[in-house]
Design a protein around this ligand. Structure first.
Ligand SMILES: Nc1nc2c(ncn2[C@@H]2O[C@H](COP(=O)(O)OP(=O)(O)OP(=O)(O)O)[C@@H](O)[C@H]2O)c(=O)[nH]1
Length: 323
């Protein structure tokens, strides 16, 4: 499933690579007319590289590698601009440094920007007066720090928003939206690599209505929270626990066959049976387990686990059944 961040990443790379290649055109013409062949060749190389990146991202919408390549191009173009065209072109460094923070994570952008600044400072040191050098350093270092603070805050906010959108506030398990995304991603991968396996466990708390009715909703909520903590402490970090709705949960166990998933289901069932969540509450769960069958949709996969769960309930609860 596409996120707002994915869209923004694509837009940033398209704008930067597009602006860089378009911005090269007048310089290419000037270098050609003035027959400065070395600089013309360098500009032409940068033009084709940025244009290729632009077209690649436009067609594939993939940015993981392209962001790094555009960042590297930015650094190379900034360096060559100052090195070949002289220190009167120092101001090109400012947009280049800012662009790094749109392309890379804040710490990496700060590290690369700082190393680059150090190299440029050593390079221009003998050619400028101490006053100009001091101005250059104060303004570029301020720019780096402001960009770092801004992009660090934006990244934190984006992580918090993403957690709010995908985590169930009561239990800390991931929510239905995250489950749908995860199922799409797993079934997509399994259809590309049919030799890989994955299973889902559909879990339902037994007689939960009775717990609510007897002890009140506050205790019911505490039971849900404690259930989620127990399950999360028993599954692998790569397995996800998702709240499907109410007192129904799903575990996606990747690289797990039906037999292994059934073993996991029994481990979870016993862990919950033995846990003490509240005085007088003897919590048990029923589980339905299904391994992914090549070709089926995530909806069909979950449907088979749900049918197995239904059988577990019919069998008398506190049981796990396989599809
Ligand atoms: N406290 C609390 N209760 C919830 C929450 N979400 C759903 N429930 C309750 O969960 C109960 C589910 O009841 P049922 O669907 O009858 O299932 P059950 O009592 O567990 O019975 P079986 O599934 O057949 O074992 C309902 O009473 C819901 O109100 C929640 O977030 N907090």
């Amino acid at each position: 499933m596409k996120t707002i961040k994915d869209d923004t990443d694509v837009l940033v790379v398209l704008i930067l690579s597009g602006a860089m290649s378009l911005g090269m055109v007048p310089f290419l013409i000037i270098r050609y007319l003035s027959r400065e062949w070395l600089i013309f060749a360098l500009d032409a190389g940068a033009f084709f590289a940025t244009l290729t990146l632009f077209l690649y991202v436009y067609v594939t919408r993939k940015t993981a590698v392209a962001r790094w390549l555009v960042a590297i191009l930015c650094v190379v173009v900034m360096f060559l601009t100052v090195h070949i065209k002289g220190i009167e072109n120092l101001m090109w460094i400012y947009p280049g440094l800012a662009a790094l923070f749109f392309l890379l994570i804040p710490n990496v952008a700060l590290a690369i920007g700082s190393v680059f600044l150090l190299i440029v400072t050593i390079m221009v040191w003998p050619q400028v007066t101490p006053a100009v050098l001091a101005q250059f350093l104060v303004t570029t270092i301020s720019l780096l720090l402001f960009c770092f603070a801004f992009s660090y805050r934006a990244r934190k906010q984006q992580q918090e928003l993403s957690s709010l959108a995908t985590v169930d506030a009561l239990t800390g398990a991931e929510n239905r939206r995250a489950l749908e995304e995860a199922l799409l991603s797993v079934t997509g991968r399994l259809s590309r690599y049919p030799e890989q396996r994955a299973s889902v466990l559909m879990i339902d708390l037994d007689e939960f209505k009775t717990i609510n009715d007897t002890f009140g909703h506050g205790v019911g909520d505490a039971v849900l929270k404690s259930f989620s903590e127990t399950i999360q402490s028993r599954i692998r970090a790569s397995d996800g626990l998702y709240r499907f709705g109410g007192e129904e949960f799903v575990v996606i166990a990747e690289h797990t066959s039906l037999k292994e998933a059934h073993h996991l289901a029994e481990t979870l069932r016993l862990a919950i049976e033995q846990s003490s969540v509240h005085d007088g509450v003897n919590l048990t769960i029923s589980l339905g387990v299904a391994e992914y069958s090549p070709g089926e949709s995530s909806y069909q996969w979950l449907g088979r686990a749900d049918a197995a769960l239904y059988r577990a309930k019919q069998t008398g609860r506190n049981v796990s059944c396989t599809a």
